[in-house]
Ligand binder design. Structure first.
Ligand code: SF4
Ligand code: SF4
Length: 293
């Protein structure tokens, strides 16, 4: 079973909850699909067994030895990525779309197309099983494609190792990487906070998961920060037929656990917050089981 933990925005405690769920079982595959800001490898310090290069796209590069600064390529680039300065023509990497046009029209064949290959995917072992994570290099794009690769690898490892459950820590927001994270998963858990923007983001996120017909649950993190808003979120979930499987209070232990590079379950197993998270996970498994009967 693939369980994706997502949130409408960053900073809701999604990764802490993913880490906690991952350490509730002895054998799990943990996939960190927050490829723009992967952080679970910092927490669990996995022993990596493989590193894969991810080619995220292509960029144009001028061979200055061949270029005579004629400027033809500047006129053709629709992205204004080519500039002439001090009689020298250069390509601004951040603006280049990799469309290849300049390399085709350059009369001196002075433009090479090079792969963007600084992003990586890693696989490895951590104390509760196996781990897969992607890291998109800064300035590189196509995070959705890297998310797909991480998920595919996680599924392959789970199949080969006979591991039943995959926990996915998804990216925040509702963009392309999130769609790649949740498409085809068995279950989504949306982590939200009791704020107006939290409710707004939750509604947008649920529109997608409901639209995709994915079994969805909600966890309200820091519910005690605004109990009226928490009630509002619960009422909204009830009306939408979405189960709230957990209300977690604000607890500094969560941050302490992260600072100590542990999940809250490992750091403070007997704390009330750990009990509540355990309870949420039990409900999640229970509801999944009931739905399958
Ligand atoms: S078209 Fe080719 S030769 Fe002319 S400025 Fe561009 S890279 Fe240089
Ligand atoms: S590859 Fe396309 S976007 Fe990049 S510099 Fe050449 S024409 Fe411009």
């Amino acid at each position: 079973m693939e369980i994706a933990i997502i949130s409408g925005k960053g900073g809701t405690g999604k990764s802490s909850i993913s880490a906690a769920f991952a350490t509730l079982q002895d054998e799990i595959v943990l996939a960190d699909c927050d490829v723009d800001a992967a952080n679970l490898y910092l927490l669990f310090n996995p022993v990596c067994d493989k590193e894969y290069t991810f080619v995220s796209g292509q960029k144009a590069k001028i061979n200055q030895e061949k270029c005579n600064s004629c400027g033809v390529c500047i006129d053709y680039c629709r992205f204004d990525a080519i500039l002439k300065k001090d009689h020298k023509v250069n390509i601004l990497e951040t603006l280049c779309d990799g469309c290849l046009l300049c390399s085709r029209i350059c009369p001196r064949k002075a433009i090479d197309i090079v792969n963007e290959d600084k992003s990586r995917m890693y696989t490895g072992y951590f104390k509760n099983g196996r781990m897969v994570y992607g890291r998109l290099a800064s300035g590189e794009e196509n995070s959705g494609r890297l998310v797909n690769l991480v998920r595919e690898k996680a599924k392959q490892i789970a199949k080969e190792a006979g591991i039943n459950n995959i926990i996915i820590d998804g990216p925040p927001g509702i963009g392309c990487p999130v769609i790649s994270t949740i498409t085809g998963v068995d279950t989504v858990v949306v982590v939200t906070e009791p704020t107006l923007s939290g409710l707004h983001d939750l509604k947008r996120t649920l529109e997608i998961t409901i639209g995709f017909k994915i079994r969805t649950f909600v966890i309200i993190n820091k519910f005690d920060m605004n109990t009226d808003m928490t009630s509002g979120i619960e009422a909204f979930c009830n009306q939408s037929g979405i189960k709230v499987i957990g209300k977690l209070q604000f607890d500094p232990l969560i941050v302490e656990a992260m600072v100590n590079c542990q999940s809250i379950i490992d750091y403070a197993p007997d704390s009330d917050i750990s009990k509540r998270i355990r309870n949420s996970y039990s409900k999640l498994l229970q509801f999944n089981l009931i739905d399958k009967i």
